[in-house]
Design a protein around this ligand. Sequence first.
Ligand SMILES: Cc1cc2nc3c(=O)[nH]c(=O)nc-3n(C[C@H](O)[C@H](O)[C@H](O)COP(=O)(O)OP(=O)(O)OC[C@H]3O[C@@H](n4cnc5c(N)ncnc54)[C@H](O)[C@@H]3O)c2cc1C
Length: 459
Amino acid sequence: MARDYDVIIVGSGAAGLAAAVAAADAGASVLVVEGEKRVGGSSRLSGGHFYAAGTSVQKEAGVADTPDAMYEEYMTLNQWLVDPAVVRRYCDLSAPTFEWVKGLGVKYPVEGLYCSGVGSVPRGHPPEGEGEEVINVLDGHRSHKGIDVVLDSRVTGLVTNDEGRVTGIRIGDDEASCGAVILATGGFGNNPEMIRKYLPQASAGGDWNWYIGADGARGDGLTLGQAVGGVIDGHDRALILATPGFSRDLEVAMPGWLMMVNQQGRRFCDETAPYIVIAGLLNKQGGHAYAVFDEETRAAARRSPQFQAYWVNDVLEQKADEGRIIRADTLAELAAKAGIDPEGLQGQVERYNADVEAGEDTAFFKQSPMAPIRTGPFYAVEIRPAILCWTGTGLRIDAETCVLNKASKPIRGLYAAGETVGNLHGDRYIGGGGSYGPCLVFGKLAGENAAKYAKELND
Ligand SMILES: Cc1cc2nc3c(=O)[nH]c(=O)nc-3n(C[C@H](O)[C@H](O)[C@H](O)COP(=O)(O)OP(=O)(O)OC[C@H]3O[C@@H](n4cnc5c(N)ncnc54)[C@H](O)[C@@H]3O)c2cc1C
């Protein structure tokens, strides 16, 4: 039967474009359909870091690393609440895919290599020109290979035949036929209804919530896949970063001079811990906490390259005047206003001050300079996880990127890759590059597999 294309890819982010290039390289005729007016989605806005083990860049930096080590860390960090077969595939293919992307022309300077997660092995590979450059390089290859792209065309449905095999896409009343479809529509950060349904943890942010990604992240892949029998996996998984919420600035680190306590008045972490740790810990404190400091510390908080939006003396004073920050003459009054246990707060402050004096954080081993909490007025700044960066709930795939149905069987002709996939990410984001990496790995793999499948159909 004549088909319009071998492979149709829905979405043109890192996953979709990697799939397109790989499918064309495997000899398929390919169409990329993009709902927005330009290619790239959230991938274009992203840092584009690639979390990978065993790369040439690591070797050049003298870092010994293996997919086995990456797998062990990934599974342990996520308490095995992820799909081992899919994670294993990512770990095994991370370095070969990284070299493929590098070979296409993306530059990953060796000086950029860093520990992007919580482990001591540097696996974060930032590209020159960030995610935008990765998209430009991939799109350049797409164009060079003559792969068709249609923009401003949101796919509204999948076409199936009598056997339930996916045979095409629908855009309103128009249809295009193909041997296989790859869903690469990104996440659902821009879909409040899906956030309510799949991401209960986002309720902690309340009206402070905002999403940093692309407009097209409406979760269409989840809807399209489910309509043909695909199942959703990875409930309530996302990266939601901590913020005092004064404005929509992506400034997520906290200065070492503040002390953060929960409602019991207790510290629960090193306040300068990596963002992937703080976000999860805030949820465990009931979804919010308070940064506490005194007047002397507030007055001394100067602007710096790292802290410009929130943790600066004039901003803090203004927010306190506006009633957005709690200010009180005594710690007891501060605790009462914030609803913090007064005894807990008093005891915690005494212990913290003793540590400051001794020059050592004996509870959480914070390395940066700390400040005592002594001179009123005192301040309590509410912190919530409210900056939604990435969603991890999505379609369940197997290790070959086939979308699975309720019976754990592949839906024939349907593949998925990128943020639209749900069984790769656990409760903890693995670290910088932990989404872009798998987008490229599974995008490429989906392209290869879909091309092979479509060609075999043609035979
Ligand atoms: C500011 C920012 C920084 C980040 N930094 C990093 C980082 O450094 N490292 C990291 O690992 N992750 C990072 N992330 C996350 C990561 O970039 C994304 O998870 C990843 O790029 C998603 O890629 P994707 O291809 O799955 O989706 P996207 O890049 O979002 O592409 C999906 C595309 O599908 C289109 N689409 C959706 N529905 C339809 C439809 N029905 N029909 C047609 N087209 C449709 C969308 O318009 C979009 O263009 C960051 C994210 C943001 C927003």
